[in-house]
Ligand binder design. Structure first.
Ligand SMILES: Nc1ncnc2c1ncn2[C@@H]1O[C@H](COP(=O)(O)OP(=O)(O)O)[C@@H](O)[C@H]1O
Ligand SMILES: [Mg+2]
Length: 606
């Protein structure tokens, strides 16, 4: 399908899809109904006669009696995870008007990319942001061409927190917890009272559209206005209306976020239409879908007692020993024997469901004493050097690029990860500040941009450790340089549910540091080469200036030769031989290069 056709199609759908949403508005009152306040419980007679504490005195001097346990516990309630996040929406990234809008776009777009990657589809993502003039709301429309969500799962996918296809799998994807899409639905409800509208098609000839809300009390999906019609559409489209959000073009806004997304996903085509009607297209730079992420088994060194209890209590294995060998990487029968020796009181023939906390604790302790083969890096799906170069070229059009990819390592003893670092110089690289252009650090985790909370992030911490002077880049803060940092892992240790910062694991900081040093060295080499080129050209020019005079004087001094011929020969020498002489006299010898490299590495190791 060509682009114009696709865009026309999208516009039409956009119109069509707004109809049921409007209908829903007319039919159903604002969803959800406001949570009724718990009735004030009747006071129960105090049980204890003695006062546990001295009573506080009110300002009026009258003694105020403290509540007793009965009174306090008459207020005891259970809360759903949805209620928790309603109260703590900042944990999901819903704080500040601009950030909240970027969070919405982020959640929807990461889901689009995850779904396309798993289905091996080249993503075409269309994002339209409109201001609703009547009420200060923003209408967000996000459409993908992914595998779609089957009808029975639509409600749960976007209307129930902690549900999804990713949380329970040890797999490298952008989403992890199952609170992204449903968090957005909750945000629509609590700011506008409206559900979100979903359209889904799995390519089987039927298309489904419905409104979805989260029942905040029960954390169950509330699906309404389901319509079903024949159609070829495959993918998911979500339309939502949100308040307490604002569209602008600052560095934390959706456009910047999508630009960064394009940098880490050169295989995606992303079209944005902003409230002014301007259409911005981040063109696909590379038309190969990344390999499907593959599930990994957890490595014993990355497992906590709580994990072990959780896994074992959900296991269908009959014996603890077979549960261990079949659910974890690197646990063989021989290793189980070692564990048996280390934990002699535990019966490894019992059902995994019966594993007690103390036993799990002992096994996790024993895990630390056994010598393990490092976890396999097979499930890791890096972007790759060539793709990063393409993406940087495509989006930033820089003068120079270097990319460093380091081999896989582990953090917390057993979680495999790797880092990818790129550097781009000049062109559109760098960050526009009040005082001019400056260093721009673009952070990513599994290809998803991290725009916020840079402060406590492992990436920022490792950038801080670099001594740029060592690479002749002491002015880095005022240079047109973009530093591109991507963490690849099956389990990204985010600092919060908002997934905007990577926790400061020592191993991760170290790896980023080494990779940054590598690309800094490459840029240094390029820049010193450039300076040398400029010097060479300047000297060549200076020497050329004397050629005429010399060619005129030489025949006179030597008593032979013709001026015109000498001039020609001298110019030939400068043009063809001088560069080599210059290189010889200015370049470090191979030995000197080696010594300098060794020195730098030693310093780095310190
Ligand atoms: N665009 C989409 N295409 C296909 N499936 C989706 C899409 N968006 C969401 N889903 C499904 O809904 C689930 C919940 O999404 P979300 O709440 O964002 O959590 P997470 O991405 O962390 O799993 C996902 O795991 C996925 O199964
Ligand atoms: Mg998600």
């Amino acid at each position: 399908m060509d682009k114009i056709e696709a865009e026309t199609k999208i516009e039409l759908i956009s119109e069509k899809i707004s109809a049921p949403a409007e209908a829903a508005k007319a039919k159903t009152p604002a969803t959800p109904a406001p949570t009724p306040k718990p009735a004030v419980p009747a006071k129960t007679a105090p049980v204890a006669q003695t006062k546990p504490q001295p009573a506080a005195k009110s300002t009026a001097g009258v003694e105020e009696k403290g509540s007793d346990a009965q009174e306090i516990f008459s207020e005891f309630r259970e809360h759903s995870v949805a209620e928790f996040f309603k109260k703590n929406r900042q944990m999901l990234g819903f704080s500040g008007k601009v950030r909240s809008l970027t969070t919405l776009v982020h959640e929807y777009v990461t889901n689009n990319l995850d779904a396309c990657e798993e289905a091996k589809i080249l993503p075409n993502i269309y994002v339209k942001i409109d201001n609703v003039p009547e009420n200060d709301h923003v209408r967000l429309y996000v459409e993908d061409n992914g595998p779609g969500i089957p009808k029975p799962f639509i409600g749960k996918a976007v209307g129930q927190m902690l549900s999804g296809t990713k949380f329970h799998r040890f797999i490298q994807q952008r989403g992890q917890q199952g609170i992204g899409a449903s968090g957005c639905t909750m945000f629509a409800q609590i700011t506008t009272g409206k559900p979100v509208h979903i359209r889904s098609g799995t390519g089987d000839g039927q298309v489904y559209e419905c409104d979805v809300a989260v029942n905040l009390k029960s954390n169950m999906p509330a699906v309404s206005n389901m319509v079903e019609y024949p159609g070829k559409y495959r993918g998911v489209t979500i339309v939502g209306e949100f308040a307490e959000v604002k569209y602008d073009r600052s560095e934390y806004a959706p456009l910047e976020y999508l630009k960064a997304t394009a940098l880490a996903n050169p295989h995606a085509q992303i079209t944005v239409v902003d409230p002014t009607g301007e259409r911005i297209v981040f063109q696909r730079a590379h038309d190969e879908v990344p390999d499907r992420p593959v599930p990994a088994q957890p490595h014993p060194l990355g497992v906590t007692t709580d994990d072990l209890i959780n896994y074992s209590h959900h296991s269908k294995e009959r014996k603890l020993s077979s549960f261990l060998t079949s659910n974890f990487a690197r646990i063989s029968d021989a290793k189980v024997d070692e564990l048996k020796t280390l934990c002699p009181t535990i019966n490894f023939d019992k059902m995994p469901k019966e594993l007690k906390w103390e036993e799990a604790e002992a096994i996790v302790k024993a895990f630390k004493q056994v010598k393990w083969i490092a976890p396999s890096a097979d499930p890791l799906r890096p972007i790759g050097k060539a793709q990063i170069e393409k993406a940087l070229k495509n989006v930033l059009e820089p003068e120079f690029i270097a990319v460093s990819e380091r081999p896989p390592k582990v953090f917390r003893g057993g979680v495999p990860f790797m880092v990818e670092v790129g550097i781009a110089y000049k062109g559109k690289a760098g960050r526009q500040t009040k005082d001019g252009i400056g260093l721009d650090v673009k952070r990513f985790a599994n290809r998803a941009p991290l725009l916020f909370d840079a402060g406590g992030c492992a990436t920022t911490e490792s950038v801080k450790t670099i001594d740029w002077n060592r690479y002749g880049l002491k002015d880095i803060d005022n240079m047109a340089v973009t530093l591109y940092l991507n963490l690849v892992s099956v389990h990204v240790p985010y600092t919060s549910a908002g997934k905007q910062a990577i926790s400061t694991e020592e191993e991760i900081i170290e790896e980023f540091r080494y990779a940054i040093m590598e690309v800094a060295r490459d840029l240094d080499r390029y820049l010193s080469g450039k300076i040398r080129d400029e010097q060479r050209e300047a000297r060549k020019k200076a020497i050329t200036r004397y050629v005429k005079q010399l060619a005129a004087d030489l025949p006179y001094l030597a008593g032979r030769g013709i001026t015109a011929e000498i001039e020609k020969k001298l110019l030939y020498l400068i043009e063809h031989k001088y560069s080599k002489i210059f290189e010889k006299t200015t370049r470090l010898t191979a030995d000197e290069e080696k010594a300098a490299k060794k020195e730098r590495e030693e310093e780095a190791e310190e």
